[in-house]
Design a protein around this ligand. Structure first.
Ligand code: ADE
Ligand code: ZN
Length: 326
């Protein structure tokens, strides 16, 4: 339809996408077969039927299990390339994507296989589709800070090809302050810093991400709305919040898309933009996420164009490149 074509045609960037969350059931089956890995599903439909979550942890349990089919460099290449191919069809021109190395190294996969596969696909994605990209290494917050230091050491030879570090996985009980030292170290190495904060966790976790981790972006950030002074601070500083509407609905962060805070956040002057988070698990890629909020919140085409501009403004592209896209 006309609105879908409009959104599809807008030049867009995606800044909150977990590569492991773009593993479609079809590719999961193909990799299970290729690598002779048993998976607890009979059919692709059975996989999709299992994607019924009541909270973040419910999802994470299934997401980490699904990643078990990823075994060698080619698997990570195929995963990344499949995502970029889809993005090329939606006029997504720049992506800053997350990966969770600990999910793989903790089951004996070499860091090099993961990183080499992803980086080769990102290179080919730029060559074949003109999509520029950055790679963000996420620390799993349910694990220790010491484990995060171990993965940063593994990444050491790759740091010139890694844009930044992030913080993801189970938020409640694992506040940003737990990772103060590793984020300080990452900053000292010239890496950008982002963190999931205020998805399920409370507004004080967003304060910690700002004041203790010194993040350059907040991933999600929905719960800032519980704290008007925090909203004012985020708006004043122009901090980008990477919202994920379909994710919020699937993980019961909101009970209805009509209650998504995106529109009121825009009206409060927050720099919000739209992302897909884990599209293979939440039922939609970037265009679908724009359309979901557009329809539920009655967004105008001007609103959608602002969101698309914000996606470049919030990126880590340099000023010249941003200007070229906006
Ligand atoms: N890992 C993948 N998706 C995530 C999300 N939405 N929140 C926290 N950790 C994640
Ligand atoms: Zn996420």
């Amino acid at each position: 339809d006309a609105l879908r074509d409009f959104v599809k045609g807008l030049p867009k960037a995606e800044l909150h996408l977990h590569l492991e969350g773009s593993l479609e059931p079809e590719l999961m089956f193909a990799l299970a077969q290729r690598n002779a890995v048993a998976i607890p599903y009979e059919t692709v439909d059975a996989v999709r039927a299992a994607y019924d979550f009541s909270n973040l942890q419910d999802f994470l349990d299934i997401y980490y299990a699904g990643a078990d089919v990823l075994r060698d460099e080619r698997d990570f290449y195929d995963l990344t390339m499949a995502y970029l191919k889809r993005m090329a069809q939606e006029n997504v021109q720049h992506v800053e994507v997350f990966f969770d190395p600990q999910t793989h190294t903790d089951r004996g996969i070499a860091f090099e296989a993961v990183a080499d596969g992803i980086l080769a696909a990102l290179d080919d994605g730029e060559r074949d589709f003109g999509i520029t990209s950055g790679l963000i290494l996420c620390f799993l917050r349910h694990l220790s800070e010491e484990a995060a230091f171990d993965v940063l050491a593994m990444a050491d030879p790759y740091l010139d090809r890694i844009l930044g570090v992030g913080l993801d996985s189970s938020e409640l009980g694992h506040p940003p302050s737990k990772f103060a030292r590793i984020f300080k170290e990452a900053g000292a190495r010239g890496l950008k810093r982002v963190a999931h904060a205020g998805e399920e966790g409370p507004a004080p976790y967003i304060h910690e991400a700002l004041d203790i981790l010194h993040v350059d972006r907040i991933d999600h950030g929905n719960r800032c709305l519980d704290d008007p002074e925090l909203v004012a601070r985020l708006a004043r500083s122009g901090m980008t919040l990477t919202l994920c509407p379909l994710s919020n609905l699937k993980l019961c962060v909101i009970d209805d898309m009509a209650h998504h805070p995106l529109k009121s956040m825009m009206e409060s002057g927050l720099h919000v933009m739209v992302n897909s988070d884990d599209p293979a698990y939440f039922g939609g890629y970037l265009t679908d996420n724009y359309l979901a909020v557009a329809q539920a919140l009655n967004l105008s085409r001007d609103d959608l164009a602002v969101l698309a501009k914000n996606s470049f403004r919030g990126s880590f592209l340099d000023g010249t490149a941003k200007a070229r896209h906006m």
